[in-house]
Design a protein around this ligand. Sequence first.
Ligand SMILES: *[C@@H]1O[C@H](CO)[C@@H](O)[C@H](O)[C@H]1NC(C)=O
Ligand SMILES: *[C@@H]1O[C@H](CO)[C@@H](O)[C@H](O)[C@H]1NC(C)=O
Length: 418
Amino acid sequence: ICPGRGFPSTLTVCGMAAVWQQVLAVDDFEEDPRAQGARGHRRSVSRGSYQLQAQMNRAVYDERTPGALVPTSVAEASRAMAGDTTLSENYAFAGMHHIFDQHVDSAVPRLQFANDDKHLLACCSLDGTLSIMILSPSPPSVKVVLKGHAGPVTDFAWSLSNDVIVSTSKDGTLRIWNTEDGRCIREVRDPEASELLCCTFQPMNNNLTVVGNSKHLLQVVNISTGKKVKGGSSKLTGRVLSMSFDAPGRILWAGDDRGSVFSFLFDMATGKLTKAKRLVVSEGSPICSISARSWISREARDPSLLINACVNKLLLYRVVDNEGTLQLKRSFPIKHGSQPLHSIFCPLMSFRQGACVVTGSEDACVYFFDVERNTKAIVNKLQGHGGPVLDVSFNCDESLLASADSTGMVIIWRREQK
Ligand SMILES: *[C@@H]1O[C@H](CO)[C@@H](O)[C@H](O)[C@H]1NC(C)=O
Ligand SMILES: *[C@@H]1O[C@H](CO)[C@@H](O)[C@H](O)[C@H]1NC(C)=O
């Protein structure tokens, strides 16, 4: 129906009313001395230095021991080299790279690039399938469709080596898929036969997956056996909608539809969960997204949690102790009343000027915010979706951003290379 799909010029051919445009935030040069410096340096930022910066940031990641919070000398070097580019420049997008519409007519609630593979991503759909997409070699294509769930697919996760995807569905099953051939390796039925709403891998042991259901239960499942882990379950106060581990896999946060976020201590040896803390973000407001980041920049090295809670704000919390206690650090205005919106930390840490977070919004835009900037935190805004933007994902070198919406459209945005 839509042969040349994928580029802005073909949008009208496809009959879509989407108008795309990129709105760069206007830097407040008066208020921000860093930005003043940036003006004179703009021309000197080359594509090469950006790529090297990315590699160096990656190196900092790799040599970091679990839990370590202090940046290395490499970070200092990358900072010195990058100069004074502003985050607006770093997160400028050249436009749409591709549009995938294989799920159009059903919402795509989640999408996620694979680990360390910048051209591989997957998404799940309320149409009951997941798809794995490959962006290179050109043209981008759907590599395989994962078929088997008998109801809407609510969430999924890539294993560390990308060989396996786990998914949850309202059909009451957790499925484990081979990502090469799309085969379903295992199906694990929820013992309570309730809808499964979210899942995540234990980051240090991919044999273990945590699943949340609509009967308030959080459960650790050993995916090599398909069995529940003894002591690995706990009840929340509502339907379990979102989850995130900290990087070392020691603390798990889970959010429910009654507005509570619970922290759990995870015992690596046994897979047991111990309930630690509870925070009521906003009574009765669903916690649709939780993302943890151990440290986000040299300037803000504190462990943080990003939360979407249907309060017309994206919330950034500081993790203040090793039991996962949260303290609100700041919030950013977005349109968010009821849709299951998600947000992320940018994967590469910028040692230049703070760090960025990206979120979907009900006004059909993707928003970028600078977490360290007190005034005019908005760094960029991408327009092009035809409905609320439900999820966003960066690839590993941040050259591409993917976003998915309630109409089932997936847009791949290309980062501007300087
Ligand atoms: C999963 O368990 C098997 C068998 O115990 C082990 O060989 C494998 O390394 C484990 N995988 C991960 C990712 O921990
Ligand atoms: C998961 O199951 C595998 C295979 O039986 C087993 O080797 C492993 O110890 C189990 N892991 C946990 C944490 O129960």
